[in-house]
Design a protein around this ligand. Structure first.
Ligand code: G4P
Length: 283
């Protein structure tokens, strides 16, 4: 597979994050609630080390609520705290500060014992491109902060953003690249729009989506595309959707490209409702 990040970029991003980690008490790891594992960088545990961490399941409005609940249980079993959020509307954000306080309680209690004056909890947002870091920072800051661009090399003056009295956030997030060796992770990232469509074949991404939905959300496919059923092999389901949508070339052949475009657009614009593309049981 072609999608690989350049090791030099990753090393640099990692160095920058390590620098930032020195200044903060807690990491907010932002993941896509629809693909909470695929949207993490596999090196995250290693990079964050034993800094307290809160996983924010973002875009929860687009994810299947029942599956999101399974993910919350999954993380809880691993002793990782989570909060489900919608950074666009701000839903769930008020829980963040409270959980962050809780995560640093021991450290802060010790500081207070030593006579250090209590201060706000300092946090860093960390996540892969497009997961919603800027949206979240803007929401928490309650004002528009310029998007920094997803290039790890950018050097900037660091500022603290005050979020109420209890929390301070670094204004530039830590950016990690998604990394994957297996095809499925790549397709999951592509379906949700985390990586550019040009990287993988458009038809293949849509095919993957059909294949997954055929098992996980058959009724949604049937309803949206007015299908009889989805028991046929994925390619036939794909073709049937193409036909129903009038994606035909001259001579009546299926226009796969056009059908793929419609399917992916429908998924991403939530025409099929909230969907998750991985479940804990898939792993
Ligand atoms: P980044 O900094 O991590 O790269 O991500 P960014 O905030 O730019 O967000 C990427 C896209 O995800 C944006 O959409 C943003 O609006 C959307 N987004 C972020 N959080 C949420 C969420 O909780 N729910 C939903 N539904 N969407 C979210 P865009 O299409 O690039 O821009 P726009 O449509 O908002 O203009």
């Amino acid at each position: 597979m072609q999608i690989q990040w350049f090791p030099g970029h990753m090393a640099k991003a990692r160095r920058q994050i390590t620098e930032k980690l020195k200044m903060i008490d807690v990491v907010f790891e932002l993941v896509d609630a629809r693909i909470p594992l695929s949207s993490r960088n596999p090196m995250i545990d290693d990079i964050v080390g034993n800094k307290p961490r809160l996983v924010l399941l973002n875009k929860s409005d687009m994810a299947d609520p029942a599956v999101t609940k399974q993910w919350q249980d999954y993380f809880a079993e691993k002793d990782i705290r989570t909060v489900t959020v919608n950074s666009k509307t701000g839903q769930g954000l008020n829980r963040i500060s409270e959980v962050a306080r809780d995560l640093v309680k021991e450290k802060f209690d010790k500081m207070i014992e030593k006579g250090v004056k209590p201060r706000a909890v300092r946090a860093l947002i960390l996540g892969i491109p497009n997961v919603g870091k800027s949206t979240l920072i803007n929401r928490l800051a309650n004002k528009k902060i310029a998007k920094t661009g997803d290039r790890p090399g950018i050097t900037q003056r660091q500022q603290w953003i005050k979020v109420g009295k209890e929390l301070e956030l670094l204004d530039t997030p830590g950016i990690l690249w998604p990394k994957f060796e297996d095809q499925t992770t790549g397709y999951r990232l592509a379906v949700t729009g985390a990586i550019k469509d040009e990287i993988l074949d458009f038809g293949d991404i849509a095919f993957f989506a059909i294949q997954y939905m055929k098992e996980a959300y058959p009724d949604r496919l049937i309803e949206r595309y007015k299908l009889e059923d989805v028991s046929a092999p994925p390619l036939e389901v794909f073709e049937e959707i193409g036909k129903k949508r009038g994606c035909l070339l001259k001579g009546g052949e299926i226009d796969y490209e056009k059908a793929a475009e419609i399917i992916l657009r429908d998924i991403r614009s939530e025409k099929l409702g909230p969907l998750s593309f991985e479940r804990p049981s898939d792993f």
